[in-house]
Design a protein around this ligand. Structure first.
Ligand code: AMP
Length: 610
């Protein structure tokens, strides 16, 4: 499959010829990381990054923006450095001359190969006299070499490239280099903080929303920063949706009753089945196809059948469409549970899986067509184009939709959706302003799920931040988890509940595996918590949890002082639904402000008639 010309330029070996003008020293980047790591408040973090960005040469800005995030490319470009801690320890040994076993012992005690490098290089530097200054250009060049190493000698080469950088590093540079190559760069600066800093450095506060839009439709912070620094806001406004760059997905708000939804929509709206599957954003250009998850992962290899069908059912040249991938029963044609489609995320044996778990995609939006950005067109126009440009048959289906004018009609549609094994419905505004709001959750789409009708008020997607050792039957395993929610305003996480029910034995046995890579020796930098678990985890894994009530809680830190002085918010009777939300990043978990809205919603009348 060829990559279209207007796509993000993927690295080739050409960079080896790149002129390495040492414009900026990596020591300056490392020093900024050091300060950032000791800063907790989002505003302070922003100003640390702003002061730093002012010193970055324009030609290196794009690389530097990725490096701040511990990467060499935008998030959606999925290449890893492929260096585990033990390989990094070898590079430290090669640089310092300290025997590997001694280094491994130190690492076992400290737990962070970055800190090990910092300590040993500090000791070594007292005796080494000569070394070159490590430039950002050289770091980028060597990291790219590490990234593309393949084959039998790759481990040895990766170690060598890292060791060569460590040789010319001070202790702080060494610490962050090791964290970058192991994928453990956790300075705590979220993408929103970085965008704030880019806007403050190169534009004005008022222009922040346009800059964020450019990011939301390209998911490429390096491109946005470079364009802004070189071409100003004119350049930013000229950035448009492009094949190959995923667009941040639009999300739905929630309301607790169908009557409220109809009222909010002004008496009439479209309603669609809310399918319980995996959201897919598909980019097609000729024979090129990419399927992105809502987390910007590349799912193309998991859904080769959907990729192939969409190409053959499309009548134009280039398109970006969205839909929900759902498993269906080979025997009855009925929609199957989310667990069935979740199997497709495992890439092995995909040919067998295609036969065992047939799928369908229910298309619900079109964002781009043959050179035209459709995100600012109204809902109906976008939906009509799907039907016009796709042959709707077989694997490729349209989401079921109806225009409604009353609560009764909404209730009937909702009941039909549940009968068809959907999760509920999504009401969509049909007004002229019903544009596709990339990356935002708003009332143009409102979801209503069956969870809202039972004893449980809703499901929450919460982040695992701690674990407690089990007792009795659960001795030797984790018995309960400490769960947190993300506060998009402060960029911090706050705990909301201790989760101990809903786990089956299999899940409990696998929990250590699932969480291992997020283990942290101390409380994560960006977490507020009053309860201290036996083990801390960096935010990474999101679980779906149902609860009976959002309550005020003196034991939990999320939403502290918002509803009541000295208290946060918590969830009563939380229960794990069995679903790990691999498709959600921790920052996409249910936010604190959503939880506060849910708390307030409890005091409005529930519509339990459906
Ligand atoms: P939630 O994950 O609860 O915030 O619900 C939003 C998700 O519902 C989207 O990200 C989609 O994956 C899914 N979904 C299912 N059917 C539809 C539909 N007809 N329109 C939009 N989203 C849908």
């Amino acid at each position: 499959m060829s990559i279209p010309k207007n796509n993000y330029t993927y690295p080739t070996t050409n960079f080896i010829d790149r002129v390495c003008t040492p414009l900026m020293n990596f020591a300056d980047v490392a020093e900024m990381f050091r300060v950032l790591e000791s800063t907790e408040a989002r505003l302070e973090m922003t100003s640390v990054i702003v002061n730093f960005l002012k010193t970055v040469p324009r030609d290196e800005l794009r690389d530097v923006i990725y490096i701040i995030q511990g990467k060499l490319h935008p998030d959606f470009y999925q290449v890893e450095f492929g260096m585990a801690d033990k390989l990094v320890l070898k590079a430290i040994s090669l640089t310092t001359g300290v025997p590997y076993e001694v280094i491994e012992n130190t690492w076992t005690k400290i737990g962070d190969s970055g800190e090990v490098a910092e300590k040993l290089i500090k000791e070594k530097k007292q005796i080494t006299l000569f070394s070159e200054t490590l430039s950002v250009a050289r770091v980028v060049k060597n990291l790219k070499l590490i990234e593309i190493c393949e084959g039998k000698e790759s481990q040895m080469l990766k170690t060598k490239y890292l060791a060569s950088m460590l040789h010319d590093s001070g202790p702080i540079e060494a610490k962050y280099l090791c964290r970058i190559v192991t994928g453990k760069m956790r300075t705590g600066a979220s993408i929103m903080t970085i965008l704030d800093a880019i806007a403050i450095t190169f534009a004005t506060k008022e222009e922040r929303s346009e800059i964020e839009r450019a990011f939301n439709i390209t998911c490429d912070s390096g491109l946005v920063a470079e364009t802004l620094a070189k071409n100003g806001m004119r350049g930013i406004r000229a950035i448009s949706v492009r094949i190959g760059n995923p667009i941040k997905v639009m999300l739905a708000e929630r309301l607790s009753s169908l009557s409220e939804i109809i009222e909010k929509m002004g008496g009439t709206c479209a309603v669609e089945y809310k399918y319980d599957g995996i959201r897919a954003q598909i980019h097609i250009s000729g024979n090129y196809v990419k399927i992105f998850s809502r987390r910007l992962e590349d799912l193309t290899d998991n859904f080769p059948d959907i990729a192939k069908s969409l190409i053959s059912h499309f009548r134009g040249k280039e398109v970006i469409v969205e839909g929900e991938c759902v498993a269906i029963s080979a025997k009855t044609g009925h929609i199957q549970s989310f667990q069935d489609i979740a199997h497709r995320r495992r890439k092995y044996n995909i040919n067998e899986t295609i036969k065992d778990i047939p799928v369908r995609i229910f298309l619900f939006d079109m964002l781009y067509l043959d050179g035209i950005d459709l995100t600012s067109k109204p809902y109906f126009e976008r939906r009509k184009l799907i039907e016009e440009w796709f042959n709707i048959a077989g694997i490729v289906q349209m989401s079921c939709m109806k225009i409604i004018h009353s609560t009764e009609e909404a209730e009937r549609f909702f009941n039909d959706a549940i009968k068809e094994r959907c999760e509920g419905i999504i009401a969509k505004s049909t007004k002229n302003e019903s544009v596709y709001r990339a990356g935002s959750r708003g009332f143009l789409w409102i979801k209503y799920k069956k969870d809202y009708c039972g004893n449980f008020i809703d499901s929450f997607d919460l982040v695992v931040v701690g674990a407690f050792y089990g007792m009795g039957r659960r001795a030797g395993k984790y018995g309960a988890l400490l769960m947190a929610s993300y506060d998009s305003k402060s960029g911090r996480y706050g705990t909301v509940c201790k989760l101990g029910t809903g786990f089956d034995d299999n899940f409990l046995d696998n929990l250590p595996n699932l969480l291992n890579e997020y283990k942290s020796n101390e409380k994560p930098h960006l977490l507020d918590a009053k309860i201290i678990p036996d083990i801390w985890f960096q935010p990474g894994i999101v679980l779906e949890v149902v609860g009976a009530e959002v309550t005020i809680s003196p034991n939990h830190a999320a939403g502290m002082n918002v509803i009541k002085e000295g208290s946060g918010i918590g969830i009563r009777f939380p229960r794990f639904t069995g679903r790990v939300r691999y498709d959600k990043e921790p920052e996409q978990s249910t936010t604190v402000s959503e939880m506060i809205k849910m708390y307030n919603m409890q005091f409005t009348d529930f519509d339990l008639t459906t």
